[in-house]
Design a protein around this ligand. Structure first.
Ligand code: ADP
Length: 618
């Protein structure tokens, strides 16, 4: 975990705790489910309703209004359904106070169910007897009516039995509707008289049987009505309704308690929310303050940034000026290097010119010396003679005198080999002048090349010109040239001269007196011309080799080398789209190979006999 997370963790934890407490309070404050309460109340209401209807149905059955017992059975599933729904609603929420009330409701339902079952069986017996007693009396009536035609006297005697039976039937049916204990006793006594009365009236079996049936069912009714009513009373007294009310009250109590609890939590929530709001307000205040600080710091940063940018701009300006200076210095150094090699060259050329110039001068001085002596006298004497002879007024003796002077000078010239000497001196002079003019032609040639414009030229011409110029530098070295007829290249001849002047100068410096320097030109392929400058000099040590093209790198003594030669060579070669390679063995020699692309369209021009590549050991 990094430091930033560690720093944030307590804050996040505190926020989580605060939010957690808020959530818990909210949950507690909204714990009362009013919908659930309404549903529970509705189920309880329905249970009471079903129970009331059940009672009505029981009473209807008591009154004999219901044709069967279905209405007595159907409420039970309804009650069970409501009870199940109630259980589902109360699952997990029933307060201990409400639990006994719920048990009491269950017990009341069970008890009422049992009583209803009993009522059904008791009522079935009663209904059967109630249905039969009128039938028994009707049978008795029919028998007596039958006897009336056959045996009127007997029928007369049985008439009293019949009216007693009718009255008893009425009494029993009334008793069935409005039972009371004294009536039951009176009716029981009356029923007990019917059988003896029938025997006294000489009823016989045909009368005794219906009477006996009537008596039996009447006794059942008298006994059963009380039993059934007792069951009925118990059914009606079964306190489902009251128990449901009690359960409702208990649940209501629960609900009220929960409501109070929830209200308490609501108040707590309110207080807590107010506290949180206050905290939030405080945090907001702190935040605004922090924002202000951040804005101020931002502003300061912006200012600092702007000043930094200004300073960077100033520094950049300074740097770019420094760079300009540097570039200027670099080009000055390059110029210096050029001037240095030019100086070297000029010194060499001056030396070259000096020798022929010396003997031209010496010849001319000798000629002048001769001329200033007897020759001048002879010429003067001859000129005087010619002047005298041209004038017709000149006396003859003056002419002959001048003639003799001239003869005397001529005689002095005789035996003096001045003419031959002057001729030879003049020949020498002309030869010296020729040599000087040769050097001047070379210089002119070099200066023709010494222009930076691009031109199409043969590399061999450039090399020849360079070798002429480098003659003084190469003094004491043997220079071998193996030039092929290569295709012309596009180049700035002066720069190409500079490349090879540098390479040849380095080779001369590396070899010393007696060294061998070989220049080879060749076509490496139809599109490239290569020049090898090979020497058998000191070679370049392995640790030095990677640095030789670096500007200012030199192994030469101060004043002998600037360390710029090869870096300039590299730059020029690059500008011409060429490449330079070096191969050297310490103590054996060095070979530089410079390659240039041929001028477009000349790729096919190849020497018929290509020049072989020369190794450095050659
Ligand atoms: P400079 O000649 O002024 O030293 P260069 O850039 O021309 O500068 O050469 C850098 C170095 O490369 C030289 O100092 C020398 O050590 C080495 N070098 C160049 N050419 C040769 C060569 N032909 N033989 C031996 N060493 C060479």
């Amino acid at each position: 975990m990094n430091a930033r997370v560690m720093k944030l963790a307590p804050g996040a934890l505190a926020a989580a705790v605060l939010i957690g407490v808020l959530g818990a309070l909210y949950a507690k404050s909204s714990a009362v489910d009013v919908g659930k309460k309404n549903r529970v109340e509705s189920y309880l209401r329905q249970m009471k309703q079903v129970d009331a209807e059940w009672n009505v149905d029981v009473l209807k059955s008591r009154m004999g209004i219901n044709a069967n017992y279905d209405p007595l059975v159907s409420p039970l599933p309804q009650l069970h359904k409501l009870r199940t729904r109630l259980s589902a609603e109360l699952a997990g929420v029933v307060d201990p106070a409400a639990a006994p009330a719920l048990d009491a409701v269950d017990a009341a339902i069970d008890r009422k169910t049992d009583l209803i079952e009993r009522f059904k069986s008791e009522n079935a017996i009663l209904r059967n007897s109630l249905r039969y007693v009128p039938t028994a009396v009707s049978e008795l009536d029919a028998t007596i009516a039958g006897l009336g035609r056959a045996d009127p006297a007997r029928a007369q005697r049985l008439a009293a039995l019949k009216s007693r039976a009718d009255a008893t039937l009425t009494g029993i049916l009334r008793y069935n509707l409005f039972p009371d204990r004294s009536t039951a006793a009176a009716l029981g006594a009356e029923v007990a008289t019917l059988a003896p009365l029938a025997a006294d009236a000489g009823g016989g079996d045909d009368v005794a049987q219906p009477v006996a049936n009537f008596v039996r069912h009447a006794q059942v009714i008298l006994a059963q009505r009380a039993v059934e009513d007792s069951v009925l009373t118990q059914i009606l007294a079964t306190p489902i309704n009251a128990d449901v009310d009690r359960l409702g009250a208990a649940l209501d109590h629960d609900f009220t308690a929960a409501l109070e609890r929830s209200n308490r939590y609501r108040h707590l929530l309110l207080a807590y929310a107010s506290l949180l709001l206050a905290l939030l307000a405080y945090a907001g205040y702190r935040l605004v303050r922090s924002f202000r600080v951040i804005a101020r710091v931002n502003h300061e940063l912006k200012d600092a940034n702007e000043s930094l940018e200004r300073r960077v701009h100033e520094r950049t300006e300074e740097l770019s000026q420094a760079l300009d200076h540097l570039k200027e210095s670099e080009s000055q150094l390059v110029q210096n290097e050029k001037m240095a090699s030019l100086g070297q060259m000029v010194a060499g050329v001056a030396h070259e010119i000096n020798t022929p110039l010396a003997y031209v001068r010496s010849s001319l001085e000798t000629v002048q010396m001769h001329f200033d002596g007897v020759l001048r006298e002879f010429v003067t004497a001859m000129a005087g003679l010619v002047d005298l002879m041209r004038d017709p007024e000149t006396p003859d003796d003056a002419i002959s005198g001048q003639f003799e002077t001239a003869v005397a000078v001529r005689d002095r010239l005789e035996g003096f080999p001045v003419a031959d000497e002057i001729t030879s001196l003049l020949r020498d002079g002309v030869h010296g002048v020729d040599e000087i003019s040769g050097i001047v032609v070379n210089l002119k040639d070099f200066s023709r090349h010494d222009r930076s414009q691009m031109a199409r030229c043969a590399i061999e011409d450039c090399l020849a010109s360079t070798l002429q110029i480098a003659k003084p530098v190469l003094a004491g070295r043997r220079v071998r040239t193996l030039f092929a007829r290569t295709a012309p290249i596009q180049c700035a001849p002066s720069q190409i001269n500079q490349i090879f002047l540098n390479l040849v100068t380095n080779a001369a410096q590396a070899t010393g007196e007696g060294g061998v320097i070989t220049l080879v030109t060749r076509m490496t392929d139809p599109r490239h011309v290569a020049v090898d400058v090979t020497d058998n000099g000191s070679g370049i040590p392995d640790d030095v080799l990677p640095k030789i093209f670096d500007p200012f790198f030199t192994t030469k003594a101060v004043g002998e080398g600037t360390g710029l030669g090869l870096s300039i060579v590299y730059k020029i070669v690059e500008q011409h789209g060429g490449s330079i390679r070096v191969h050297s063995r310490s103590g054996v020699g060095t070979k530089f190979t410079v390659t240039f692309p041929v001028d477009t369209g000349e790729a096919a021009v190849l020497d018929s006999q290509p020049v072989p590549e020369i190794g450095i050991a050659a």
